[in-house]
Ligand binder design. Structure first.
Ligand SMILES: C[S@@+](CC[C@H](N)C(=O)[O-])C[C@H]1O[C@@H](n2cnc3c(N)ncnc32)[C@H](O)[C@@H]1O
Length: 306
């Protein structure tokens, strides 16, 4: 057994996430650049004048796109290891080591609703959303008894996230695309343990988008949602295999010890091997941007406003 073999070690053992994470490219640019571009588009050149909070910050990879814009930066993650890494990188940031749900509740309790110009969560919102519906342990997955109640609670959580935004603020999220061949394979493999709620692994993204649409319908702002196709690049077969086992399957013992799972992963990797030995995995990312404005009147051109 090595540190890489442990269940969920990817988020809980220092250095593992950065070592195993594959770079993801969309139109020749990394995922981080998608957020730098949006920050620039919304707020202009960095002027260190914004209040920003990021949930599921990890080691602070995407935080690097937010930090230059921040007067006040808050980063939250449930993992001590991740918070330690983010603190080392952004020593002036306020940190919250807590589950995203608890971190949001704490910020509201501290009177910080309506304070933030940017609320970010990158590749990290599927976890707290999923945890309304099920609990994952090394021995299996336990669905919550009241799935209908879970959905209402999850939608309320999304509204609480939005409640942290100041007017003219943006909630930005990067969300994995559950429909790529890579993610479909991972879904089939997780389904060997338990089916996903609401009929599929894309349910967390659907739920987030539904809740944001509902907020738009209520006049709280506007939702922009773009999906980019791209590539995750592994330098060789070994890097691709570790990506699957430690990151996708979280080294879940029921999966990584399963011979059929291992064979399917090996076959997928071989199929995507390039002549130079690198593995180019088709990827997709959903870029989600909710802008808190008075909808719909604020979208009218000046001449149409009275
Ligand atoms: C895929 S990583 C993304 C990290 C970072 N945002 C990035 O893009 O590199 C997911 C992060 O979410 C954190 N996480 C997972 N479940 C969480 C939860 N329920 N509450 C808070 N953080 C969570 C993990 O510790 C990890 O840092």
């Amino acid at each position: 057994m090595t540190e890489l073999d442990d269940f969920r070690s990817v988020y809980e053992v220092s250095g593992v996430y950065d070592r195993l994470l594959l770079p993801h490219y969309y139109h020749g640019r990394e995922d981080i650049d998608l957020i730098s571009d949006l920050m620039q588009q919304h707020h202009g050149e960095p002027a260190a004048d914004l209040e920003i909070v990021e949930f599921g910050c990890g080691t602070g990879r995407v935080t690097s796109s937010l930090d230059p814009h921040a007067r006040k930066l808050v980063v939250a993650d449930y993992s001590d290891t991740m918070i330690e890494a983010a603190t080392a990188r952004f020593p002036r940031a306020e940190t919250i080591c807590a589950d995203t749900r608890d971190a949001v509740t704490r910020l509201h309790a501290d009177g910080r609703a309506g304070h933030f110009n940017v609320v970010g969560a990158f590749w990290s919102l599927s976890y707290p959303l999923g945890e309304f519906f099920e609990t994952m342990t090394p021995t299996g997955i336990r669905p919550t008894a009241d799935q209908h109640g879970s959905r209402s609670a999850a939608v309320e959580f999304v509204h609480d996230l939005l409640g942290l935004l100041a007017s003219d603020g943006h909630m930005l999220a990067l969300f994995f695309d559950a429909d790529t061949p890579e993610q479909r394979l991972v879904t089939r493999q997780w389904e060997r343990i338990a089916p996903f709620p609401e009929g599929g692994r894309r349910y967390t993204r659907d739920l987030l988008l539904d809740a944001l649409r509902e907020a738009e319908d209520l006049g709280h702002g506007t939702l922009t949602h773009i999906r980019y196709g791209g590539t995750a690049l592994a330098r060789d077969r070994d890097a691709a295999q570790k990506w699957f086992e430690a990151v996708h399957l979280k080294n879940h013992p029921l999966l990584v010890r399963d011979r059929q799972v291992r064979a399917e992963v090996a076959e997928f990797i071989a199929h995507h091997e390039q002549p130079d030995g690198q593995i180019a995995i088709p990827s997709g990312v959903h870029v989600i941007d909710f802008h808190t404005v008075v909808h719909p009147s604020c979208h009218l051109p000046m001449q149409a406003q009275r």
